[in-house]
Design a protein around this ligand. Structure first.
Ligand code: AMP
Length: 617
């Protein structure tokens, strides 16, 4: 456990502890700190004056990484060794990626475990790679501040789930940073503007964040010095890149350019991005594009560009509408709209946003690339005990609940509930004499848990035998300020109790993080195979057990031939269930299931007929 020195008079963290604010972005990352001499947050620049660190890593042939601008050039020349958009992979499984492709190698082990990235012979987790970016930012801060920096506030998108938040924390830890708080990006952006809470009280704020590859809209409310996220919406695959693509498509068609060649395509894409940036301040842009010994004079006017990108901006406005609906406030009650992300420099984006939020004041005076990091620095300052006028509240982006009978999701903390939050509910057992209960915890919006994301489980053991329905099991969900969940289950009649700090299923414990430092994941694939094999073995053994019980109890419903046939398949499965071939185990398990399925139906039909006998209409 890290020790944080507390000033016992003010309750704050000791003044001389520097806490940096970090915006760990998909495309770009930044680090900022509170400049005591001006009383204003400031983003730290490199020797050339750039505050932005591209979130790109390049693996060096001799080992180790370069991060940022130095890595960017390798995107085209060595795509397999150059990692970008790692934030999209943070805390995610392969199945979460929805078929999106990356130029580097992501391991598809067809499981729900965290993705790994293969570079050369080694496997890296997104946590380790994010840690490399954080190390770069940490060292930039140390270089500038001329002191060791050990504490940070890191921002994450408002929609990040528990696993992704935990992964961000773990990345910080790996980078040698004690992450004091994870803050939502929109909350940070609003903080950068609304420094004086006493004046801003009672205000609702929309934060419109259009970056390179993602779009987020959030509605916040500042009440009594507390920021609350009322709602969030967005699109994780919509951003400045789409504006570039719209122009690439237009040019390709107009000038009959074939862009099959990856290098030539990249060239054209970079020109389109440059044109887009120029059009933010000029009425037209033109370039010479050399391709296959031809020279093409590319041209674009701002008017034509605006026409091309209109459908993309309209998509963002549709998200804005959904966010207003979810927030349960009127659009006219939104006092300000804060502009975040490089793409909000496009004039027509500003115009359409202003048109939609017609009665809100547009806040665009702070550099939209820096505003989140600056807000993180303000939050760091609050944590240092320097600011007593502001607190932060966020909302949980996805509902949290547990599995009830039939695999249904029972939601305890609904989506968009305030964080921190605590809620309890009572449950009971479904089987006589049940002495243990497993509570499976899920996150998501679907009715069936199998379509949601499992966070973990709490096992309540040692309940004294009672008839079904008698035990009173109380389950309490406590969501802390970082959006991390603690689940407590207690059987109230017997006093049996169990509490689990819900390290999300795919997150990591401290010990595992340390292990990661030593282990280069060479065994990742084998581990996954082992887990799948154990699962297949376990379910085969369970099926053998239940089928044997079934034969004992309901053998009278079966003819002797059916009994022999079932017994044979049971024996067949017993012969293979300790086998190391998962496919064979699953095959025979399936065979036994198929053999017994009609019998189960038959028994059920008889039971229902019996039950109906005495009923009167
Ligand atoms: P971010 O992810 O917030 O750093 O946003 C980066 C995006 O902003 C990229 O798509 C850039 O092309 C875009 N961008 C940066 N500067 C400008 C500009 N002056 N005009 C239009 N888009 C810009």
């Amino acid at each position: 456990m890290a020790r944080i020195p507390i000033n016992i008079v003010t309750g704050g963290i000791k003044q001389d502890d520097i806490i940096i604010g970090i915006d760990l972005g998909t495309t770009n990352s930044l680090v900022a700190f509170m400049d005591k001499s001006t009383g204003l947050p400031r983003a730290l620049a490199d020797t050339e004056g750039y505050t932005i660190v591209p979130s790109i890593l390049h693996h060096l042939p001799q080992g180790g990484w370069v991060v940022g601008n130095a890595a960017k050039g390798h995107l085209i020349t060595e795509p397999q060794n150059t990692i970008y958009s790692v934030k999209r992979l943070l805390g995610r499984s392969y199945q979460d990626l929805d078929n999106h492709t990356f130029a580097y190698k992501i391991i598809n082990d067809d499981t729900e475990s965290l993705v790994k990235i293969q570079v050369g012979e080694k496997f890296y987790s997104p946590i380790e790679l994010s840690a490399e970016i954080l190390k770069e930012l940490k060292s930039r801060a140390e270089h500038y501040l001329k002191t060791e920096v050990k504490k940070a506030v890191i921002t994450v998108p408002a929609y990040f789930n528990d696993t992704q938040r935990q992964a961000t924390r773990d990345a910080g830890k790996l980078a040698g940073l004690d992450v004091l708080r994870i803050v939502s990006e929109p909350t940070a952006a609003a903080l950068a503007y609304d420094n004086d809470a006493s004046k801003a009280d009672g205000k609702n704020i929309a934060v419109y964040d259009l970056g390179g590859g993602t779009f987020d809209i959030s509605i916040l409310s500042l009440q009594n010095g507390i920021f609350e996220v009322l709602s969030t919406n967005g699109n994780t695959y919509l951003g400045g890149d789409d504006l570039d693509k719209a122009l690439v498509n237009y040019w390709s068609e107009l000038y009959h350019i074939q862009t099959e060649n990856a290098y030539e395509f990249q060239e054209l894409r970079l020109l389109a991005e440059e044109a887009k940036k120029q059009l933010s301040s000029n009425d037209s842009a033109s370039f010479n594009y050399n391709i296959q010994n031809k020279n093409i004079a590319l041209e674009i006017t701002r008017q034509k560009f605006e026409e091309l990108i209109l459908p993309i901006i309209e998509k963002t406005i549709a998200c804005c509408k959904n966010a207003v609906t979810d927030s349960h406030i009127k659009i006219s009650d939104i006092a300000e709209v804060v502009m975040v992300g490089g793409s909000t420099r496009v004039p027509v984006v500003k115009q359409m946003v202003q048109k939609y939020y017609s009665s809100s004041k547009m806040m665009d005076s702070i550099n939209p690339d820096e505003v989140v990091a600056l807000g993180a620095a303000v939050q760091a300052d609050i944590l240092s005990g320097n600011r007593k006028d502001l607190l932060l509240i966020d909302v949980t982006p996805l509902s949290l609940g547990l599995e009830t009978l039939g695999g249904l999701m029972d939601t305890l903390i609904p989506r968009n509930s305030k964080i921190p939050n605590r809620i309890g509910r009572q449950y009971t057992t479904s089987v006589d004499g049940q002495s243990g209960i497993i509570i499976n915890v899920y996150q998501g919006e679907r009715d069936l848990v199998e379509q949601n994301r499992k966070l973990g489980q709490v096992e309540l053991k040692g309940i004294p035998p009672m008839p079904a329905g008698l035990p009173k099991v109380e389950v309490v969900f406590t969501l802390n300020a970082d959006g991390i969940l603690k689940v407590t289950a207690s059987e109230l009649r017997s006093g049996v109790k169990q509490e689990v700090e819900m390290t999300p299923q795919y997150g990591l414990t401290d010990a595992q993080v340390e292990q990661m430092l030593l282990d280069s994941f060479t065994h990742a694939k084998e581990d996954v195979d082992t887990r799948l094999l154990i699962e297949a073995q376990t379910s085969a053994k369970q099926l053998v057990y239940t089928t044997e019980v079934f034969l004992q109890k309901h053998g009278t419903f079966l003819n002797p031939e059916e009994i022999t046939q079932t017994q044979n398949v049971i024996d067949e499965l017993k012969n293979v269930y300790n086998n190391s071939d998962r496919n064979i185990i699953q095959q025979i398990t399936e065979k036994l299931n198929e053999t017994t399925a009609p019998f189960a139906h038959r028994v059920m039909d008889v039971a229902i007929a019996e039950a109906m006998k005495g009923k009167k209409l």
